[in-house]
Design a protein around this ligand. Structure first.
Ligand code: 3PY
Ligand code: MG
Length: 251
């Protein structure tokens, strides 16, 4: 298993992803074949659960795309289970402190780096016991910075061993800052982003952003982010339908 997205981040190369909210095999398979670098399956807000993930990850196996999962909560059972079904990286929401980041990293890695319990299911079907030799080096641990407290502790969170990068949740970050959700032009939001990027630069971590539009993803990569989601399955579907209907109507 070679985690190509993680390799890109380590080399400082930009990468784009698509967020998967729909529990549909064919949507996941279609998006895996687009040439996008990574897909993130969302167990926090997406319309899927763990048994859906069990169908979706095998459906994209063999495609040149890195499967990430956003877990619903920062617990070893959630993180362990998504890794055991083949996630190559875990995005952990609402991380507020270095202690919480350490907990996430401990759940991602086998001893001695962490405390992940041994029971790889799908990865072992693919690469057998070999998986155990490479898992720690190939799994990405990506805490999210999206709260006031997380922002205040961003330096310490970035410094935690095992953290590969930080991922910004812009909408929750707006709430954390006490500004209107979506007010991404607000100077307070921009200052917060600058602080997160600076912390990642200082500790040589990748920095990523949930893009609420393709333009936002583009601007993030242009301004120093290493990875961004360019849209969700639902947003791309809706945009494609709207555009197609407008063209067909001659608008
Ligand atoms: C946020 O904007 O807070 C997110 O977590 C995106 O899903
Ligand atoms: Mg969020």
């Amino acid at each position: 298993m070679i985690n190509t997205a993680l390799q890109h981040w380590r080399e400082g190369k930009p990468s784009l992803g698509i967020w998967i909210n729909l529990p549909d095999i064919h949507v996941a398979e279609t998006l895996a074949r687009t040439g996008v670098d990574w897909l993130c399956f969302d167990l926090q807000h997406g319309l899927m659960d763990y048994s859906d993930l069990n169908r979706l990850l095998p459906a994209i196996c063999g495609q040149p795309v890195t499967p990430l999962v956003r877990v619903a909560a920062n617990t070893p059972d959630q993180i362990g289970k998504v890794l055991d079904v083949g996630a190559e990286g875990v995005i952990v929401p609402m991380v507020n402190s270095a202690e919480e980041a350490r907990r996430a990293a401990a759940a991602c890695y086998y001893p001695p780096q962490g405390q992940r319990s041994c029971g790889p299911m799908r990865p072992a079907m693919e690469s057998g016991i070999e998986y155990l030799a490479h898992a720690n080096a190939q799994i990405a641990c990506l805490p999210m910075i999206e709260t006031e407290e997380g922002l205040a502790n961003v330096e310490e969170i970035a410094a935690v061993e095992g953290v590969d990068g930080l991922f910004v949740g812009p909408m929750d970050l707006c709430y954390g800052l006490g500004i209107a959700p979506g007010d991404f032009a607000n100077p307070r939001f921009k200052d917060a982003i600058a602080a997160i990027v600076a912390a990642c630069q200082k500790h040589e971590r990748a920095v990523g952003m949930f893009g609420y539009s393709a333009e936002m993803a583009h601007d993030s990569l242009a301004s120093g982010f290493h990875f961004a989601s360019a849209g969700t399955d639902i947003s791309f579907f809706r945009a494609g339908v709207n555009r197609g209907l407008a063209i067909a109507r001659g608008e």
